[in-house]
Design a protein around this ligand. Sequence first.
Ligand code: PLP
Length: 437
Amino acid sequence: TGADSSLDALAHDLDRAHVFHSWAAQGALDPLVIAGGSGTRVWDHAGRTYLDFSSQLVNVNIGHQHPVVVRAIQEQAAQLATVAPSTAHLARGEAAKRIVARAPEGFRKVFFTNGGADANENAIRLARLHTGRDKVVSAYRSYHGNTGAAIVSTGDWRRVPNEYARGHVHVFGPYLYRSEFWATTPEQESERALRHLERVVQAEGPGSVAAVLLESVPGTAGVLVPPPGYLAGVRAICDRYGIVLVLDEVMAGFGRTGRWFAFEGHDVVPDLIAFAKGVNSGYVPVGGVIISDEIAAGFDERVFPGGLTYSGHPLAAASIVAALDAMEDEGIVENARRVGDDAIAPALAELAERHEVVGEVRGDGVFWAIELVADRATREPLPDAAMAALKKDLVGRGLLPFVQDNRIHVVPPCVVTDDEVAEAVALYDEALAALPR
Ligand code: PLP
């Protein structure tokens, strides 16, 4: 299709007239028009292209318009576009088999949902039914989704206007750069965050706590890779008190950290794994819970009181099969690891050296954050107005950034190349240099 900027205007006008957006006051929105994409790039109708270093909402792990995944969806649509979840469907079974093949031993069942929020929602339900307990302990620095229990498990500001579910308790997790525990080393941070968690569990009454729910690597909260020993220590606390450990791999899973699951790097095996995003790169909405054999066995005789019309939807299932096979065949997870180690890590370290405004860079695989500060000594966050200007500047330079609070999250698709990293880092460099001092 030829370049046609009138379609950009039409898309923008229709959006402003009729589309109600997530997490926003509706009045002043000015959404970017995106019409197409390929790999790490997207473009509008006029043909203006952008390097996508956001992966949209950190979900397009396989890149835009992977032909194998697109074809699988087209073929499934032609064969059977929808079917009830109570049926057996070949693609659904193949998808579940491929997902559990990547999980640790002792996981054989998948409950499919429509996305990440309801994955956590159902993980919490399973934990409550399994333990006969009620409370869920999660982190203040977290995001778990927009529905009932998931939004109240969330730690950030989005919880506060939505606090209608009960039985939720929050703790501070490890974050050495802004330690809540006066820690100066990763070991101290880990040890003290674990002690804090255990004290909260004890104070809440261990017999009332059904689950500890944590993102393996808190994503939106700042790509807070846990210090060595933290997640293994959480596992030990859960074991001590008979608590189900739910790890939310919605953002961190399926390649983002250069591993199939982020927790693989942390010597821990959870009881329930929530996933979504990267499992099929969002080509069709889907998520789910991978259930340990022990918890799944509890529902052999007992009814599982949960379900969704679109659980294991054929188009989603076909896209998962194709996406996971293509990721395997093309070494896409390995690519994320290698590009992270060889290209992103050194380039961001150099950015931090060149720019006083960079307080810290941290991450793993293709999952990084550049934390910006007004003052390196006090670590005062760069103000919102400067962040908004930086975001606008980067988009103007042809890069879609993921900007959250005082951070740029460097989160390209897992198929990103060294050259694309160099291109993006040059744009970050120019935009940081252009910040008013
Ligand atoms: N959990 C995590 C860690 C997430 O990052 C997100 C979305 O950003 C969710 C859950 C919610 O997923 P969804 O928006 O698909 O409901």
